[in-house]
Design a protein around this ligand. Structure first.
Ligand SMILES: Cc1ncc(COP(=O)(O)O)c(C=O)c1O
Length: 459
């Protein structure tokens, strides 16, 4: 059994007869977890200056992931991404950013006055989603822009597809630059040999993994894995102590520790079951004239813990409602042409059988085929007249889309799907970008930043 130093210490402290004259106010009374919900009292160490059980816990986590060091994150992967980018490139540095980046990456641009060099991932056409970033795209950007200091890469994606992280890390390292991986959806990969390799195994300099998304940590519990000296860990710690609460939850920290120990011990068994069920299900949902299509791929590049269904006739939202009402089934993502189900360390074989049967009950023939492939997103659409961080603070005014060409965007404009920005604050809007937004709006797609045919532009 992997030892859990922080959890063990919390139990020891809870068993002591104490008069609690410190925070929190519940004094350990009022619920089964409350006795363990303590603060930085003697023996409990301090997340912001760990010397004792928190330091040991972080060493245990680093060892499980094969990283040089780890940090417990009580502000989710969001906090880790902010800290790594601000430490790696701040202030006012340049970062290579694929456009399917999480919003915490854009927040880092704002806070650290960083400049993004944006590249597009390759898109899957059905269902529509950003699939992978190629090493060729990365090399081209690095050749064009030698001032880039490092890159943040999302792999695996929300949808389960993994980029060639090892090749991308090598391309950056050859030029003396760092790679940080947003591994929010891959906290289990280090512990399961039936999926894509983990970011640390691929040589990433840092990885941020949401142990709460697929392993068993309570929500908001993530880990930061540091794997080289290319990003200064002291700077990362400085940022974390500014970003995260000065009263980090011991329940959350012990929950992360337990999730990692349990993940290291149990992932192989659980995800083997999930992966085998996925392999069995793919042929069941592969009929070209049926409504449902289950996405799959080779285990080295596709994480089969994600079950991504394409819905050929665009009835995804109605299907999700029917499945909720009939079977109590709740998806992670539902759109007209996509239903994404997430499994996790708590998933059981019986859940998978019930899920497959439920999906089969709503599958059937359709003669409606998916809309034509996603048109290429306009190249050169990020033509920043103002850096992102400056543009977001400018006064804005509404403008009808029909009149927006040539004006400067005041907000991110993001159609769903595929969920990547067509424009960022500070971009001078090209006729191609505005034309695509107008077409998507007319098709009824949800576009973040477009309301009643209007967008916000900088005054
Ligand atoms: C790809 C990706 N990165 C980062 C995050 C942020 O993770 P957290 O919710 O742990 O802050 C998310 C959350 O959904 C995500 O999907």
């Amino acid at each position: 059994m992997i030892r859990t130093p922080l959890g063990d210490r919390l139990r020891e402290i809870a068993e002591k007869d104490r008069l609690r004259l410190h925070m929190p106010g519940h004094k350990g009374r009022g619920g089964v977890l409350m006795p363990y919900d303590i603060t930085e009292i003697p023996g409990a160490d301090n997340l912001h200056d760990p010397q004792d059980v928190i330091a040991e816990s972080q060493q245990m986590i680093a060892a499980c992931y094969g990283a040089k060091a780890s940090r417990l994150l009580v502000g989710g992967t969001t906090a880790g991404i902010l800290a790594v980018l601000l430490a790696g490139a701040g202030p006012e540095g340049r970062v290579l950013i694929p456009t399917n980046a999480h919003r915490s990456v854009f927040a880092a641009l704002h806070i650290g006055r960083l400049t993004g060099h944006f590249i597009d991932p390759v898109f899957e056409t059905f269902p529509r989603f950003p699939k992978v970033v190629t090493v060729e795209t990365v090399e081209k950007a690095l050749d064009q822009d030698p001032d880039i200091q490092g890159m943040i890469l999302t792999s695996p994606t929300y949808y389960g597809t993994a980029s060639d992280v090892a090749a991308i890390a090598a391309a950056l390292h050859r030029r003396g630059k760092w790679l940080a991986v947003d591994e929010a959806h891959g906290a289990h990969l280090a512990f399961w040999h039936g999926g894509p390799p983990s970011a640390v195994a691929c040589g990433a300099d840092a990885a941020v993994s949401s142990t709460h998304k697929i392993l068993g940590a309570p929500t908001m519990g993530s880990v930061l894995l540091m794997n080289s000296a290319r990003i200064d860990i002291e700077k990362v710690d400085d940022w974390l102590s500014q970003i995260e609460s000065s009263s980090p939850s011991y329940l959350l920290m012990a929950g992360i520790e337990k999730a990692v120990a349990e993940g290291a011990e149990q992932s192989e068994g659980v995800f083997e079951t999930v992966g085998a069920a996925h392999d069995r299900a793919v042929p069941l949902f592969s009929h070209p004239e049926h409504r449902l299509f289950l996405y799959g791929g080779p285990p080295e590049t596709y994480d089969r813990s994600k079950w991504l269904f394409g819905v050929r006739d665009g009835s995804g939202l109605e299907l999700a409602k029917t499945l909720r009402e009939r079977f109590g089934l709740y998806f992670e993502i539902e759109t007209p042409d996509t239903l994404l189900a997430m499994t996790g360390i708590g998933t059981m074989a019986a859940d998978l059988d019930a899920f497959i049967a439920a999906m089969q009950s709503v599958d059937g023939e359709t003669n409606v085929q998916p809309a034509s492939a996603l048109a290429d997103l306009p190249a050169g659409r990020f033509n920043q007249t103002l850096p992102f961080w400056q543009a977001v603070d400018q006064p804005r005014t509404p403008c009808p889309l029909a009149k927006a060409a040539g004006r400067i965007a005041g907000q991110m404009l993001i159609p769903y799907p595929p969920g990547v920005p067509l424009a960022l604050p500070g971009d001078r809007l090209t006729p191609e970008t505005v034309g695509m937004l107008a077409e998507m709006d007319a098709q009824g797609l949800e576009i973040m930043g477009v309301e009643d045919g209007r967008i916000q532009i900088i005054k």
